[in-house]
Design a protein around this ligand. Structure first.
Ligand SMILES: Cc1cc2nc3c(=O)[nH]c(=O)nc-3n(C[C@H](O)[C@H](O)[C@H](O)COP(=O)(O)OP(=O)(O)OC[C@H]3O[C@@H](n4cnc5c(N)ncnc54)[C@H](O)[C@@H]3O)c2cc1C
Length: 415
C-alpha cells in the first residue's frame, strides 16, 4: 500500500532535535509529520545530562514540569576520575529564564526524555510515523517527497510518501543511510565508538558528575532518574580491538560472559579509573549495555540542497562536555523560530537557512571547538596522566571548563 500526504514540514528523527523543531512548528499552526524509525520508549547511547540553561526551553516546550518531576538530582559538583585521581569542583549555576532563576543541570533517561518530547509534539498536533524509516528524499517542484518504510511486523511491507516544502533532517549522525543529509560512514582506527549502561545501587555521590579519562577514551557518570546511574563513554576503535584481544573473545570466554565489546569496555573502565570501580562495586546492571557510532564530531552545513539540519546532523561536539542534548533541543527550536518568521517559498527558506546557520554558529561553535581541544588532550598517549596532574593542582579548571562548554550560556531570544 502506498499513499501520499502533504505537510508544511517533514521532520526525520524524533530525538530531542526533531521533537523540539516539530513541536514548535506544530504549535504555530504548521502541519508537521515526524518520522521515527524506532519504537519508543527506547534507551540510547548518551550520558543523559541536561544543562540548566535548557530548563527555560523545556518549560517553553511544555515538558518542564514532567522533566523536574522525573529527572535525577541536581548536579552541583563536577569531578574528574582517572587512574587513582578523583578530584572535584563546583558546577557553575546557570540562569534559565524569567524571572532569572538559577539552577543546576540534571539527568533524565533518554527512554523517558525522548518519549516526553514526542508526546508533547503529538499533543501540539504533529502527526507521528513510528516505527517508520525515511529511506529517500527527492525533489518535486517547490516541494520534496520523503519516502518512508514501516518497520513493524504488522505493516512490514507498507511504504508511504510524505510531501512538504520544508524538510528537517534530525536523524543524528551515527547511522549510515542513503539520505542526502546523512553523514558518510568510514572506518578508521581513531574512530570513537560510544557505549552506555545503566546501573542501580551504585555508590556515586548523587550531586557529582565525574568526567572519566582512561587510555584510549573518555566518558562520564551521573545519577539519573529513579535511582539509576548512567555511565557512558567513547573509546577508540583500535583500543577496543586491543582490549578484546587481550580479554579473550573465543567460545570459552563468551560462555563466561566475557569477550563482548561491552565487557571489554567495562573491564577497562573499572581497571583504569578507581572512581568507577568504587562507584560500581556492588551495583547492579540495569538493562543491557548499548553501543553506537562511530561518532562524528564537527560542524556541518545547516541548510544545504534545500534541506535543514538540526541536532547532531547539523553539528556535534565531542560528548566529553555533555552538551549534545542542549545543542539538539536548542537548534530544533532556533530553526523552527526562523522558519515561522520566513516568507513562504524557496526564497523564504533560503533566508531562514542563512539566519539559522548564523545563529547556530554563534551559539555552538565555541563549545564544539572547546570540546575538540579537551578530547584531543584526553585521547593523547599521555593524556590521562597530564590531565590528572593539571586538575589535581587546579581543580577550578573543571568549573571553568563547564562555563566554556556552554553550560551557563543563556539561549538568546528565550525570554
Ligand atoms: C557516549 C556519549 C555520551 C553522551 N552524553 C551526553 C550527555 O550526558 N549530555 C548531552 O547533552 N549529550 C550527550 N551525548 C550526545 C547526545 O546523545 C547527542 O548529541 C544527542 O542525542 C543528539 O540528538 P539528536 O536529536 O540530534 O539525534 P538523536 O538523539 O541521535 O536522534 C535521532 C533520531 O533519529 C532517528 N532516525 C535516524 N535515522 C532515521 C531515519 N532514516 N528515519 C527515521 N528516523 C531516523 C533515530 O532512531 C533517533 O531516534 C552523548 C553522546 C555519546 C556518544
Amino acid at each position: 500500500m502506498t499513499r501520499l500526504s502533504t505537510y508544511d514540514a517533514v521532520v526525520i528523527g524524533a530525538g530531542p532535535a526533531g521533537s523540539s523543531a516539530a513541536l514548535t512548528l506544530a504549535r504555530r499552526g504548521w502541519a508537521v509529520a515526524i518520522v521515527e524509525k524506532s519504537a519508543f520508549p527506547r534507551r540510547k547511547v548518551c550520558g543523559e545530562y541536561v544543562s540548566a540553561s535548557n530548563i527555560g526551553l523545556l518549560d517553553r516546550l511544555g515538558i518542564g514540569d514532567a522533566w523536574r518531576a522525573n529527572a535525577g538530582p541536581e548536579i552541583r559538583r563536577i569531578g574528574f576520575f582517572s587512574g587513582e585521581t578523583c578530584v572535584e569542583a563546583p558546577m557553575p549555576a546557570a540562569k534559565y529564564g524569567p524571572p532569572a532563576n538559577d539552577g543546576f543541570g540534571r539527568a533524565l533517561g533518554r527512554d523517558l526524555l525522548d518519549t516526553l518530547l514526542l508526546q508533547a509534539a503529538r499533543s501540539e498536533g504533529a502527526e507521528i510515523f513510528q516505527p517508520w524509516r525515511a529511506v529517500a528524499i527527492e525533489r518535486d517542484g517547490d516541494m520534496h517527497r520523503v519516502h518512508i518504510q514501516a518497520r513493524d511486523d504488522k505493516s512490514a511491507d507498507a511504504t508511504t510518501t510524505l510531501r512538504a516544502p520544508a524538510i528537517i533532517a534530525a536523524h543524528g549522525s551515527w547511522e549510515p543511510g542513503a539520505l542526502p543529509s546523512q553523514v558518510e560512514k568510514t572506518s578508521r582506527p581513531s574512530d570513537l565508538l560510544g557505549f552506555k549502561a545503566h546501573f542501580t545501587s551504585a555508590a556515586l555521590a548523587p550531586d557529582l558528575m565525574p568526567l572519566l579519562v582512561f587510555p584510549g577514551g573518555y566518558g562520564g557518570m551521573v545519577s539519573t532518574d529513579h535511582g539509576r546511574l548512567s555511565i557512558s563513554c567513547c573509546i577508540r576503535r583500535d583500543m577496543l580491538a586491543r582490549l578484546r584481544r587481550s580479554h579473550g573473545s573465543g567460545p570459552e570466554a563468551r560462555q563466561e560472559g566475557h569477550g563482548s565489546a561491552a565487557d571489554a569496555v567495562f573491564r577497562h573502565l573499572t581497571a583504569s579509573c578507581r572512581g568507577v570501580s568504587d562507584a560500581l562495586d556492588g551495583a547492579c546492571l540495569d538493562g543491557p549495555w548499548l553501543a553506537a557510532g562511530p561518532i562524528r564530531p564537527g560542524i556541518r552545513i545547516c541548510y544545504e540542497r534545500d534541506i535543514f539540519r538540526v541536532g547532531n546532523a547539523a553539528g556535534e561536539s565531542h560528548p566529553i562536555i555533555a552538551e549534545g542534548i542542549s545543542m539538539a533541543l536548542q537548534s530544533g527550536w532556533l530553526l523552527a523560530e526562523e522558519l515561522v518568521r520566513a516568507s513562504s517559498g524557496r526564497a523564504g527558506r533560503e533566508v531562514a537557512g542563512r539566519r539559522y546557520q548564523a545563529a547556530w554558529r554563534d551559539l555552538f561553535s565555541t563549545r564544539v571547538h572547546a570540546a575538540a581541544v579537551l578530547a584531543r588532550m584526553a585521547l593523547g598517549p599521555a593524556g590521562p596522566a597530564l590531565m590528572a596532574a593539571a586538575v589535581r593542582h587546579f581543580p577550578q579548571a573543571l568549573t571553568l571548563g563547564a562555563h566554556m562548554s556552554g553550560k551557563t550560556r543563556p539561549i538568546p531570544g528565550l525570554v
